[in-house]
Design a protein around this ligand. Structure first.
Ligand SMILES: N[C@@H](CCC(=O)N[C@@H](CS)C(=O)NCC(=O)O)C(=O)O
Length: 208
């Protein structure tokens, strides 16, 4: 049975709702935020990021609400709540599924923290909150690449095509020295050997 690690007032309500819509059995473990709005350390004992939502299905612990929704729908949903790949609604379905986290909430949460300091999170230090989260994400990426050559495991997948921009962002836009992250450095070198990557980057970012 799927366990939902639910943080109050958080995105994990999506997963509880999804399970109800699908009529699937589940159990919930509840957690409360610390005063700094971060999830409590007990959640990081379950997964290094300790983010909400997290689920457990057998041996698998999974984070990212969009990925969790796709996982539950595809593995347990029996075809409910998802248009067929050939259906007219499928492209827009995918777009909005990814837009919610990838665009809308990324900016809305950023604005909530960096705005005028009012609102629900006005008492929390934006810099501390963002630094803490960014550094945990970076450490998680680094440790994942220490365990396996590619993000999904042994083989190159589209997940690498999504993730390489994140790592490159650190270099290109944060101008960060990646020396303290040897797994990322090796990963970039490995990806850099792919002819398709070289061709795409020569086209996308030609040297002046
Ligand atoms: N993009 C992630 C966002 C996860 C996330 O930031 N969750 C918030 C709750 S809505 C959280 O865990 N906050 C506490 C923390 O950052 O420690 C997802 O969709 O799962």
């Amino acid at each position: 049975m799927i366990t939902i690690y639910h943080l109050s007032n958080s995105r994990s309500e999506r997963i509880i709702w999804l399970m109800e819509e699908l009529g699937l059995p589940y159990r919930v473990e509840k957690f409360h935020r610390d005063a700094n709005m971060l999830a409590p350390a007990e959640m990081r004992a379950i997964h290094p990021l300790g983010k909400s939502p997290m689920i457990r299905d057998g041996d698998i612990v999974l984070i990212e609400s969009g990925a969790i929704v796709e996982y539950i729908i595809n593995r347990h949903g029996g075809g409910k709540l998802v248009p067929a790949v050939s259906a007219a609604d499928y492209p827009r379905y995918l777009q909005w599924l990814h837009f919610a986290e990838g665009s809308a909430l990324a900016y809305l949460v950023g604005r909530m923290f960096l705005g005028d300091g009012s609102g629900m999170l006005g008492q929390v230090s934006s810099k501390d909150f963002l630094d803490e989260n960014c550094e945990r994400y970076i450490d998680y990426i680094e440790s994942t690449l220490g365990e396996q050559p590619y993000f999904a495991g042994a083989n190159f997948t589209a997940a690498d095509i999504m993730m390489i921009y994140v790592i490159d962002f650190l270099k290109r836009f944060e101008q960060r020295d990646l020396t303290p992250y040897p797994n990322m450095v090796r990963y970039l070198a490995r990806i850099g050997e792919r002819p398709a990557f070289q061709k795409a980057m020569a086209f996308a970012n030609p040297s002046p």
